[in-house]
Design a protein around this ligand. Structure first.
Ligand code: PLP
Length: 404
């Protein structure tokens, strides 16, 4: 008898965004003239830049010629892209091209990597959290049931106002630690000292850190770490996930990469160190057939002179929006986090997240994201995304000012 994976039944599903859509639908019916502005979902709004589009077109044209046509490419990505990433993203960190594995998204990579570890791997992840870390481990059977807003059997690193939403490493032993900086949803960034504590922990505990740096391009403060490999010895115990999605508008085009240094070790059944890189390459080449050639050409163009300038302009555009949002929060006297080195602003509303979400929607037409959807510690908060046009952000902030 074919039997369903029982762990899927434990999942809380896409409760957050489906509930938002339902409430939005009802509100549209109740107030047909309500002018809706979405600052909820973290998707970019600006189109791909001219340099990226030009390279994308060129890639398609190449495919139409005998000489330029490519069939299956290398699963881990074309060398031209991995080389250019290595030199541009990690100029001083000595991350080699063959330690970079190109994929169609960080979401897939961050969800898939857990299958390289044993079922009884103990997992610690932050709360508030990007839900993919939790759900992929629940699907794999590493949790018990969902009770009081959390899965039993998973350890939550408590992100709170007391620690500025940068939780310290746990006191107990865990094998696998998820970190995300700049953070979705809080927009907070860990310092070198914060990350050093995690690297020390991972080395002491023979643990592995999964470092999600999907938003690192938004860091404005040059004293903050963009990569976990800025921390000495991190190559031994950390994997880093990077994405072109938010950096360069690839959410619909799909291209990302994962860094697994050759020296990054996990342990086999005999407790002997084994190279994680080899396992990931084995998985990737078995289950994935590479990102399309035109998309990889488009991604490489981000590092051309024009592409780099255009990409930076887009980032600054969103960060300008973030500034408009944080200035409004200051004017309103609300406590907030993030927005300085990340495209998200995390606001303490001093009310239930859902009540605040509904009240703001009804009175202003603005759609935000209730913080409680990211975990228990998100209760009372809302996340405001800077991904929209400056005009819409300005209008939304004016409406919020008249509401409060
Ligand atoms: N990691 C974080 C923290 C995110 O917020 C997102 C998308 O919202 C992703 C990863 C997914 O990135 P990608 O589009 O590369 O799959």
């Amino acid at each position: 008898m074919i039997t369903a994976n029982p762990h899927y039944k434990k999942l809380q599903g896409s409760y957050l965004f489906s509930r938002i859509s339902k409430i939005l639908e009802e509100e549209r019916k109740a107030q047909p003239n309500l002018d809706i502005i979405k600052l909820g979902i973290g998707d970019v709004t600006k189109p791909l830049s001219p340099a990226v589009i030009k390279a994308f077109h060129q890639g398609v044209d190449d495919m139409a010629t005998e000489q330029g046509f490519r069939g299956y490419g290398p699963e881990q990505g074309y060398e031209f892209l991995r080389e250019i990433i290595s030199t541009n993203e990690f100029p001083e960190l000595d991350i080699k091209a063959d330690e970079i594995i190109v994929s169609d998204g960080s979401k897939c990579d961050v969800a898939n990597i857990q299958e390289l570890f044993t079922q009884n791997t103990s997992v610690a992840l932050p709360d508030p959290v990007y839900p993919v870390y939790v759900d992929s481990n629940v699907m794999a059977g590493r949790s018990q049931d969902f009770k009081d807003g959390r899965y039993e059997g998973i350890h939550y690193l408590e992100g709170t106002q007391a620690n500025n939403f940068v939780p310290p490493p746990p006191a107990e032993h865990f094998d696998l630690i998820y970190l995300c900086f700049p953070n979705n949803p809080t927009g907070q960034v860990a310092s070198h000292a914060d990350l050093e504590r995690y690297v020390t922990y991972a080395l002491e505990h023979n643990a592995l850190i999964l470092f999600d740096a999907a938003y690192c391009a938004f860091i404005q403060d040059s004293t903050l770490p963009k990569s976990i490999y800025e921390i000495p010895h991190a190559k031994k115990c950390a994997v880093e996930f990077r994405s072109f999605s938010k950096t360069a508008g690839f959410t619909g085009t799909r291209c990302a990469f994962t860094v697994i240094p050759k020296e990054c070790r996990i342990f086999d059944a005999e407790k002997k160190p084994t190279a994680l890189h080899d396992l990931w390459i084995r998985r990737h080449s078995t289950k994935f057939n590479g990102v399309s050639y035109p998309v990889q050409r488009a991604a490489a163009a981000i590092y051309s002179k024009a592409g780099a300038e255009e990409t930076e302009n887009r980032i600054q555009y969103y960060m300008h929006n973030a500034k408009i949002i944080t200035q409004t929060m200051e004017t309103l006297g609300l406590t907030f986090y993030g927005g300085k080195n990340a495209p998200y602003v995390w606001v303490d509303t001093k009310k239930s997240s859902w009540d605040m979400f509904t009240e703001i929607l009804k009175k202003t037409g603005i759609v935000l994201t209730p913080g409680s959807g990211f975990g228990k510690n998100g209760e009372g908060f809302i996340r405001i995304s800077a991904f929209n046009s400056t005009e819409n952000v300005e209008t939304a902030m004016q409406r919020l000012q008249s509401m409060f």
